[in-house]
Design a protein around this ligand. Sequence first.
Ligand code: M6R
Length: 621
Amino acid sequence: MCGIVGYVGSGAPSARPEGVVMGGLARLEYRGYDSAGIAVVTQDRAHVDMAKKAGKLVNLGKELAEHPLGEATAAIGHTRWATHGAPTDANAHPHLAADGRIAIIHNGIIENFSSLRAELRAEGVHFLSETDTEVAGHLLAREVLNGATLADAMRAVAARLEGAFTLLAVDSQEPDVVVGARRNSPLVVGLGEGENFLGSDVVAFIEHTRTALELGQDEVVVITPEGVSVTDYAGNPVAREPFTIEWDAEAAQKGGFATFMDKEIHDEPAAVADTLRGRIDEHGRLKLDEGLIDESVLRSIDKIVVIACGTAAYAGMVAKYAIEHWTRIPVEVELAHEFRYRDPVVNVRTLVMALSQSGETMDTIMALRHAQQQGAPVIAVVNVQGSTIAREADAVLYTRAGPEIAVASTKAFLAQITASYLVGIYLAELRGNKFPDEIAALLSELDSMPEKIQRVLDTSDTLREIAHTMADERTVLFLGRHVGYPVALEGALKLKELAYIHAEGFAAGELKHGPIALIEEGQPVFIVLPSPRGRESLHSKVISNVQEVRARGARTFVIAEEGDVEAADYAEHVVYVPQSPVLMSPLLTAVPLQIFALELASAKGYDVDQPRNLAKSVTVE
Ligand code: M6R
């Protein structure tokens, strides 16, 4: 959570530091929007100049317009998702220490902050906020006032902190320096000419440079206009190889759409196509992006465990149906935050798949580490290059969905399904579960999906109209069966997080075991109907479920396959999607539900890109 930006530059190319930092914060605001703040180091070494405001970045922008900050070469900026202390001006970052000499910003949770605060209070330190961050500022102050450089101070302080943190700090006595440290929270370095950048992720500086460095666990970075140096907490130099950011700056813009979410839904055909592109070699083998899990290990695995949260977990649930069917390997899907605490049975013969758009979800990181401690090989399916999960996994298959800025995940969901399917197809090929022609057929089915997703997008207008008539609904239910079940869960999640409407997804077969009691006159129910060309009984069983809820007064909205002649008889409205093999259908049926949630939230006047109480990357447990 929380977005962090740091910048140093001497004059051109990127003009005023606070402009660069405000631009970076705008692109990182998806990470949290409870408050925003910025600090610059004025060249006269007199003080750190700071502005901070509760609420969205726009409030900080107004404040800066009224009270501009002084000339500077170094700046840090923060956009907050509150953990310790309410979203007020006082709790907004940066926090000052040493009478305004030091400014600090933080992402994460300092778990030992209570004891550190008690220690500092005993020394007479007066705290101005309720945050855990402020202790780190005062600890830094103590070091620099004793003569340490900011970098040495940061190394000493970071080594004392427990929990998860990315810290950036500036010192008025070192006006061309920003220092950062990280543990369990992300920090990426952008390399420019005569200027350098720090960001929670690469979109913070993608407009200015596409050359970046990952910062490893427990490392400290110092950026000046001339260079970047990285050390561990003991001060030993660490060599890091730069990488080229594959995304371009335009991908992080709205591209003519009113919202990032709408744009990202329209990116879905490309997200799936890009995730497939060049991934299979001439022998039908999957090409991983980074790392390698030995083929003999993959041949010997007897179980797959998917660890993920939220939408990524629903992508994992979809993948379970396909991977089990293709490989005959049992697949468990586990919410990452539950996994670690229930003593899961995982060993060297368990392949763990960590699914994450951001690659920074703390629950998933901790589950990944737990799996590795048990000896399990971990393959990451991640969207953000250089993220923690990508770095720590044994192998990585990147989803190439491009930057997903809207807090609600859309294109990443489709890309995660696609990438997980590639893993399944690869295992099926490797372990001899499928003949080469069967593998080729599966890959060709996947290949045909982007064009079909585009057709769903091209025919979504009536759904948009329907959504606008439903702004006053208090609850909406979603039903699905087989791969339609996780799609129903995802449809409900989208509606909850965007439109703040109570929504629940059910396995259609479960309805009669209880949830049908919820149905009353006028209750809207969305049903993801299986193809009539698949297992006939499944289609007719879900049709029966539709009839059962209609008989009790429900309004039914059905997502059905083109050519399903029965669907219209049981629905107030049918959204048709192109025909596809059953296992491919979630790549189509999820899309209308995403659009419905987007439109309903828009009809209610809500900010679909930044829904209340949420943040894009959940970097706390
Ligand atoms: O970055 P991740 O894929 O690991 O994030 C996982 C969830 O936090 C995320 O999918 C969340 O549920 C979204 N708000 C869903 O729209």
